[in-house]
Design a protein around this ligand. Structure first.
Ligand code: SF4
Length: 259
């Protein structure tokens, strides 16, 4: 999961506000009814959205998310399939050792540092948490290589808590659509958590990521394929007619992830 490009998106906010000239930065332009309708449509499209990082238990999820910084989910999955087949617990990871971990993940960017972190977080899990992945954000963030975003992904995907892990796609969408404009991922996280209707909060994280990855793409949003084109208030949109609202087939990881 790549990190938000804060500078360029912050510039987009500035430009968007100047263009729109509607409300001060930080305020969502969407009414409660708009927000209900936007997330209702996402829920029809993808009733059970899933994260695209492969894992077999909470521990392998922590490792996969830590490896995904500045990398694509598809690239991480290719490397971790073989790694998790031999090491799916902190102890097995420690037994494998840093050098062999490096061998498994060398196709992923920053792999030397990441191999170090995987060893260090496995060690910490063994010494401080009895080999179990902790269930609070504060404890998760004590693990080497685990920041707020990673902790939020783990709380949501492994433990079913409603969180908003702001990645590059969510950061872009929140600002581009003036949905929850913010200069930092933390600001965007707080605003999204406030405005998203409760009943949609649990899946909202994945809906926004998938919408950003496959439709509202970074370089050029594909507005003619967008189910919320009529509701979207982005100055960048190129079409007002929403795409037909139908349930989508299961995700094909990495198939259209460019952009
Ligand atoms: S209409 Fe275009 S800019 Fe708006 S959410 Fe859809 S794809 Fe993104």
């Amino acid at each position: 999961m790549a990190n938000p490009k804060i500078k360029s998106s912050a510039q987009t906010v500035k430009k968007s506000n100047a263009t729109a000239g509607r409300k001060p930065a930080g305020k969502s332009l969407y009414s409660k009814a708009d927000l209900e309708e936007i997330f209702r449509r996402f829920s029809v499209q993808r009733p059970e959205p899933k994260g695209e990082l492969e894992h077999v238990n909470p521990f392998t999820l922590v490792v996969a998310v830590a490896l995904s910084a500045q990398a694509t989910d598809a690239g991480v999955n290719k490397a971790t399939r073989a790694l998790f087949a031999v090491a799916d617990t902190p102890q097995k990871m420690l037994d494998l050792g840093e050098e062999r971990i490096r061998g498994y993940i060398k196709t992923i960017g920053l792999y030397r540092n990441k191999a170090k972190n995987v060893m260090a977080l496995s060690e910490k899990l063994m010494t401080d948490f009895g080999g179990e992945v902790p269930r609070t954000r504060e404890e998760l963030m004590t693990l080497p290589g685990v920041g707020r975003k990673t902790a939020n992904v783990v709380l949501s995907m492994a433990f079913g808590q409603a969180t908003m892990a702001v990645d590059t796609h969510i950061f872009r969408i929140a600002n581009r659509l003036l949905l929850a404009p913010g200069k930092t991922p933390d600001e965007v996280e707080q605003r999204l958590m406030k405005i998203i209707p409760d009943q949609y909060l649990y899946h909202a994280h994945h809906w926004l990521i998938l919408h950003g990855r496959y439709v509202c793409k970074a370089r050029k949003p594909e507005c003619e394929r967008c189910v919320i084109a009529d509701l979207c208030r982005s100055p960048e949109k190129t079409c007002d007619i929403p795409a037909p609202l139908i349930e989508l087939p299961p995700q094909v990881i990495g198939a259209e992830a460019a952009g």
